[in-house]
Structure formats: C-alpha cells, structure tokens
Design a binder for this molecule. Structure first.
Ligand SMILES: Cc1ncc(COP(=O)(O)O)c(C=O)c1O
Length: 368
C-alpha cells in the first residue's frame, strides 16, 4: 500500500463539479479584485468565527504581520511567541521591526505554557502571540488574564486550528486581532495562497482594509503607507463554498485521529496527542512523539508511508535568526519536540484500511 502524507485526490473528486461552476461564475462576474465574493466570505467567516469583523488578505503571514502593524507594534517593542512555532509567527514580529521573545511550550500539548509567560514580560513587551498548534487551542483564559494584567495585546495565530474551541469559544475569537491562513493544506484550505484576520474592533478592521489596499479606501487617495495584500476574489468564492463543509471535514479528521489513538495506545515508546478535556481539537495534524523518531520515519517510508516533521528546527536555531545569538540548549522543550515529533498521514478521504495499515507498520516497528 502507498500512503502519502497528504492527498487532495479524494476531496477534489468530491467537489470538482462545484469548483468548475464557481470558476465559471467568477469569470462571468467580470469582477476580479475585491468584489462581492471577498465581502461575502468575510461576512461568513466572521460569523463562523464568532467575531464581528473579518478582513480577507493574501496570506496567513500577512495576517500576522499586518495585525502587528495595525496595533502599532514596531522597533523597540517585544512580542512573546512560542519557541516551537512555525517560522511565520516569528517572521511577522521581525517584519514590524520588533523583537521575538521565545516562550517554551508544554511538552504534552505543544502549546504555549502560560506559567512561563510572566517571567518574560518587560517594559518593552507589547503583545503575546499564542499559536494554536496542530489543531488544539492554547490555554486562552489564563493567557488573556495575563495579557489584561499587564495591558498587552493578544494576536492569535489560528492558521492550524479553524473550528477548534476552548470551553465552547472558538480559536481566533480571543485576541484583539487574530490571523489565520487558508493555505491549501489547512483545515479550511483555498486552492492557492489566502489568509484573513478577525477582530471585534471596527477601527482595527477599517485600518486593516486600508492597509491591505495600498493604504487607501478611495482610489488614488493614500492615507497611510499600505501594501497589496488583498484576498483573491476567486479564492474567496472557493472558501465560502468550502466553509459550508468544514464541520463535516473536521469530523472526518477527528475520526481518523480517534482510530490512530485507539490502535496506537498500547505502544509505550510513543506519546500520542493529548487533548485537554475542555477543548475541541480539530486535528490539523496527528503528531506523535518518540525517541526513535528518525528510525521510525525511515521504516514508514520504506513501507510506502509518507510522514512530515512539523518542524525539524525551532526558530531560535534557524540560520535566519542567527543574529539573536541563541545556541542549542537555550530552549530545551522546543528542541526536544523538534527532535522527537512525527506527523502521521491525515487527509480528507483517508480510508479506514489506510489508517490501520499505518498503525500496523508502526506496531511492527516497535515489535508490539
Ligand atoms: C502556525 C502557522 N502560522 C502562520 C502560517 C502562515 O500562513 P501562510 O502560509 O498562509 O502565510 C502557517 C502556515 O503556513 C502556520 O502553520
């Protein structure tokens, strides 16, 4: 059996006719930039995300970066960010000229450890950026309490957790401005690059709309120095359509995750994903942890199974962040995670037999 890490065949087959129709409507609309399809998606996504406003952007990275710009975070400021996040969260901080302050995650959940935040707060700290990694919400009530106590902004990175909740409240609905990505592999994925921010502040939403469009609301009148980061009209139409099926697809992801967990629970050399009882995990990824990670990855590969490491090098050890002067050992939990995690195949349309085959090969590897 050949099982890729991710596959689009099944989901594309299910929706191809509808996509063709969407494309025809888009062509016939003769409106290709910032038209009705973007505003319709913004309305629908805000509603879905339990927020007042959504502003569609060109990517998730732009969402994070422009959120910090709207909040006027700049040089001399510090922003607290998890030490094990995807590089985009850290890049957004650099893009406004601020300094990333890395905070270690909880080893078992991979999410920001709220107990470690307060020690990192200085008089330069302006914001906390929690990242809901792999589909699970951070401990947002504690994080929001800390932010309130120290008068800090919160910008959630919700790229990996659309639809996840914390005591019934959605990820992307806690912070002052929150960003998400609709990169094709995300739970809500476009057929190209796309992203958005959500906020309850009309001022922030209005400012974001200006910034994404060259700093202008009115053609050729530029009030501020903006960028071009408009959500593409065709991607917006696709996203509005796909948003309707997100709940069903999340259920499919949960089912695959449940099968993995049931079949792998007796292997003592593996740590399975831990979901907090009050949280809904949307399983963007199914990430296991084992000291034999590299050997297991090779063994799965030899047996036709694709896996990925999210992420093999933590931001503080990336070449791009050499200037911060960190070395191996500075963030031991992030490093331990990078050295031991492995994401198993998980995609819409993955069959029961395929999940069982992956589990069988893993059991074979550990002689169970
Ligand atoms: C946690 C996280 N943050 C930010 C991003 C950036 O999103 P994009 O690729 O749409 O810029 C991604 C995905 O790529 C991500 O996984």
């Amino acid at each position: 059996m050949k099982i890729p890490f991710v596959a689009f065949d099944e989901i594309n087959n299910r929706i191809k006719n509808d996509l063709v129709q969407i494309f025809e409507d888009f062509v016939d609309s003769k409106y290709y930039v910032l038209g009705n399809k973007v505003s319709e998606f913004e309305k629908e996504y805000a509603l879905f995300n339990q927020m007042e406003y959504c502003v569609g952007l060109a990517s998730g990275l732009d969402g994070l970066f422009l959120a910090l710009r709207v909040l006027e975070i700049s040089e001399e400021d510090e922003v607290i960010v998890p030490s094990n996040t995807y590089i985009a969260t850290v890049l957004a901080i650099s893009m406004v000229g601020a300094k990333p302050i890395f905070c270690e995650p909880i080893l078992q959940t991979y999410n920001l450890d709220p107990k470690k935040i307060e020690n990192l707060i200085s008089n330069k700290t302006k914001a906390i950026m929690p990242v809901h990694l792999y589909g699970q919400c951070c401990e947002m009530d504690t994080i929001m309490e800390i932010a309130q106590k120290y008068n800090l902004f919160v910008v959630e990175d919700n790229a990996q957790s659309q639809g996840a909740t914390h005591k019934g409240k959605m990820t992307g609905s806690f912070g002052h401005i929150n960003a998400t990505s609709f990169y094709p592999t995300k739970n809500l994925g476009a057929l190209g690059d796309a992203g958005a921010i959500t906020t309850n502040s009309k001022d922030y939403a209005d400012k974001m709309k200006k910034i994404r469009n060259y700093g202008s609301n009115k053609r050729y009148f530029n009030e501020i120095k903006g960028v071009n980061s408009r959500l593409d009209e065709l991607q917006a139409a696709i996203l509005t359509y796909k948003l309707k099926t997100l709940e069903a697809y999340t259920f499919e992801r949960e089912e695959i995750a449940r099968m993995y967990s049931e079949n792998l629970e007796n292997i003592t050399e593996i740590n399975l994903p831990k979901t907090h009882p009050d949280f809904k995990n949307v399983f963007h990824l199914y990430v296991i942890r084992t000291q034999k990670r590299d050997l297991l990855k090779d063994y799965l590969e030899k047996n036709g199974i694709g896996t990925v490491i999210h992420y093999p090098i933590p931001p503080h050890l990336q070449e791009a962040y050499k200037n911060l002067g960190y070395k191996k050992g500075d963030f031991p939990i992030a490093e331990e995670i990078a050295d031991t995690i492995l994401s198993l195949p998980l995609y819409i349309g993955m069959k029961k037999e395929e999940v069982f085959y992956v589990c069988q090969i893993i059991k074979q590897f550990f002689n169970v």
